[in-house]
Ligand binder design. Structure first.
Ligand code: ATP
Length: 601
């Protein structure tokens, strides 16, 4: 719905509709930042008419960000009282952590579109919006009414800015100001940036008092004796040489996880296996400061010495990938199947070392998602740029691919993904290879993706140093429950599956892999009749296990059959009567299409 009749609003609204229908995007009309965000939103298949966002009511209300934002929001709340403005703070993943609204009507509207504490407003869930763009592009931005990807958000305009840790530069969250949409209000961007800077200043004060507390605790323990000591704070790691020579960054991560599990228990001990196979006994104590918990002080005792042979084997590369049974959690992704663990570890290492990588695997297995997650873990300032060798509008090879590759931002901290590497036409191969080499030489992490490893055109082969196969979903079905849980969180707040749904999902062979699973759950959630997804809510195609591809007519016949069976609770006689066919025919058709509905009739 358009809330404002300005010519600009109408022009943007028309451009958006055209873009949604035909992917055509007039550069002169739509600002570049909005164009990029629309493209990302469309690529991710985000809903345009419904706000479906994850909800997590339990979060740390004492986090440094929340505590730093509180006095700033208190002040703004007083200033904006009675006005049609709302201020919001989210964490770095887009989870709304605090919201103050000046006007009741706006508050009710924001509740309706779930722009409220506990919900997630990252671009990957809602599409183009101020918070999402600020976090995705790590820069201040303004999104006016019809520029929102989702039409439910077009009644409001917003300005947002990232909140950074001023010491490390890492984005910690976003500050957002939302008003009813209307003519652009110039104060919005300035106000939001000033508020973000205020929060950054308070966070800096907190972090310096936390860092002072950590340093003091570290000095006290290391003053006497030379046993290995490690101090782990939010942005600070302190280690004496007895610890630093034997621990890697991944060990720090493991030890931090172990310390977090021990929590507040004073001076507790725990045995931890390090990435190189050694075991360490750690004594852990939480260090507190005037600004809250500052981190952990770990006193370590190495209980096993590595043999020379193990030392040789455990170069940084193999250490990472040694233990397939140990999960390697990646932000936003699910799975602990050994094949997935190995892939996650290897891709993480390549991201860290910026090793040019070829990821091959069926469509929808998570190749691009792996790059996103592992690149983010390196602390990179920008999301990977994803280019496709196949033009999605024409399904033909992308024109001027090498020029587009050259125009992509390059340098350390950047990642460049070329999808469908095998579709690069032979005559373009040398130019594309030169463009990739030039980006790699500047420090960009280069990743190529394709469905089968053998398809890389000869001139491009040298561009990729390692190759990793990403497993198909049907080969890692043990991960199905975790994947379903993870994808349901994206689908909507509190959506869950009835217990009989998982066995049915397990029987399907998922040619479209995790993308297909995501779409199926989204479709089921949208059409569900109760709070949870029941068997009858699943798309009809999931009720059949046929392996051959069906014609449009056959698919529609199969769907009609499944629908009829679901409506009568699987009773074949009743379903046959409804469809006006014999019971024998229904049995025959069920066999033909491999329909595996739970049999009751
Ligand atoms: N382990 C995972 N946990 C949760 N979601 C995942 C996981 N792997 C993939 N996904 C989701 O599945 C969808 C498809 O993933 P992605 O686009 O990375 O696939 P792809 O292998 O790059 O596909 P294509 O070959 O078609 O480019 C995305 O929504 C992604 O977030």
């Amino acid at each position: 719905m358009l809330s404002d009749g300005t010519a600009r609003d109408r022009t943007i609204a028309r451009a958006r509709l055209k873009f949604l229908e035909s992917a055509e995007l007039p550069a002169a009309v739509v600002p570049e930042g909005i164009r990029n965000s629309w493209q990302r939103s469309k690529y991710l298949g985000i809903c345009t008419d419904e706000v479906v966002v994850p909800y997590q009511p339990d979060y740390d209300r004492e986090s440094r960000l929340v505590r730093a934002a509180t006095p700033v929001l208190d002040r703004l709340e007083r200033t904006l009282a009675g006005s049609d403005a709302c201020v919001i703070v989210t964490d770095r993943k887009g989870w709304v952590r605090d919201r103050r609204v000046g006007e009741k009507r706006l508050s009710a509207h924001l509740d309706r579109v779930h722009l409220a504490p506990g919900f997630n407003y990252a671009e990957q869930f809602v599409g183009t919006n101020g918070i999402g763009v600020a976090l995705e592009e790590r820069r201040p931005n303004v999104v006016l009414g019809t520029e929102h990807f989702n039409e439910r958000l077009q009644d409001v305009s917003c300005a947002a800015a990232p909140i950074r840790n001023t010491v490390t530069g890492r984005v910690e969250g976003a500050m957002n100001l939302t008003c009813w949409s209307g003519p652009a209000r110039t104060f919005m961007a300035a106000l939001v940036q000033e508020a973000a800077a205020d929060i950054e200043r308070v966070m800096y004060e907190f972090s310096s008092s936390q860092q002072r507390a950590l340093l003091e605790a570290f000095q006290q323990v290391t003053h006497y004796g030379d046993r290995p000591v490690l101090c782990l704070g939010q942005d600070l790691v302190l280690a004496n040489s007895a610890a630093s020579t034997r621990l890697t960054g991944d060990d720090h991560r493991l030890l931090h996880e172990a310390a977090t599990e021990l929590g507040h228990a004073p001076r507790t001990r725990k045995q931890v296996q390090l990435t190189g196979g050694e075991t360490v006994l750690m004594r852990c104590r939480q260090v507190d400061s005037s600004a809250g918990a500052a981190g952990y002080l770990l006193e370590l005792a190495f209980t096993e010495h590595r043999s020379d042979e193990a030392r040789t084997r455990a170069g940084s590369r193999s250490r990472d990938e040694q233990d397939a049974s140990r999960p390697w959690p990646l932000p936003g992704l699910a799975g602990t199947d050994p094949a997935w663990n190995t892939v996650s570890r290897t891709v993480s290492r390549c991201a860290r070392e910026r090793t040019p990588l070829l990821l091959h695997g069926e469509t929808g297995t998570g190749k691009s998602a792996l790059v996103h997650a592992t690149h983010a873990l390196t602390g990179a300032a920008s999301a990977p740029v994803i280019l496709d060798a196949v033009d999605p509008r024409t399904a033909a090879p992308t024109a001027d691919l090498s020029a587009t590759l050259r125009a992509a931002p390059a340098g350390p901290g950047h990642a460049l993904v070329l999808r469908n590497v095998d579709a690069v036409p032979p005559e373009q191969g040398p130019d594309v290879a030169r463009a990739l080499d030039a980006a790699a030489a500047q420090g960009t992490w280069i990743v190529g993706t394709l469905h089968r490893a053998q398809g890389v055109p000869e001139p491009l082969r040298h561009c990729f140093v390692e190759a990793v196969a990403v497993p198909a979903l049907r080969h890692r079905l043990a991960d199905l429950p975790a994947l379903v849980e993870c994808l349901l969180r994206r689908v909507g707040a509190g959506v869950e599956c009835a217990p009989e749904v998982l066995p049915l999902l397990r029987r399907h062979d998922w040619p479209g892999n995790i993308r297909q699973l995501h779409l199926a759950l989204r479709e089921a959630a949208a059409g569900r009749r109760t709070y949870r997804i029941e068997l009858r809510d699943l798309p009809p195609s999931l009720h059949s296990a046929g392996s051959r591809s069906l014609s449009a007519w056959e698919a529609s016949e199969r769907d009609t059959l499944v629908q009829a069976l679901l409506e009568v609770d699987g009773n074949k006689l009743l379903a046959a009567q409804r469809l006006g066919i014999s019971r024998t025919t229904i049995y025959r058709k069920m066999r033909t299409y491999g329909i595996t509905l739970p049999a009751r009739g």
